[in-house]
Design a protein around this ligand. Sequence first.
Ligand SMILES: [Zn+2]
Ligand SMILES: [Zn+2]
Length: 53
Amino acid sequence: MCTVCMEVLKFPVQFESCGHRCCANCLPELLRTSAQCPIDGIPIDRNRQVCLR
Ligand SMILES: [Zn+2]
Ligand SMILES: [Zn+2]
């Protein structure tokens, strides 16, 4: 599940800081708006996400 849009992850990206995930589609939007994890509020470093395949 994506932490942003709550839909099934097609292209998951994991936040290195806390381990939660969102889809690659939602990441740019998230970085542009809050730049933090929607679940726990941990700041997301835009250079440190892990792409999962
Ligand atoms: Zn999403
Ligand atoms: Zn998190």
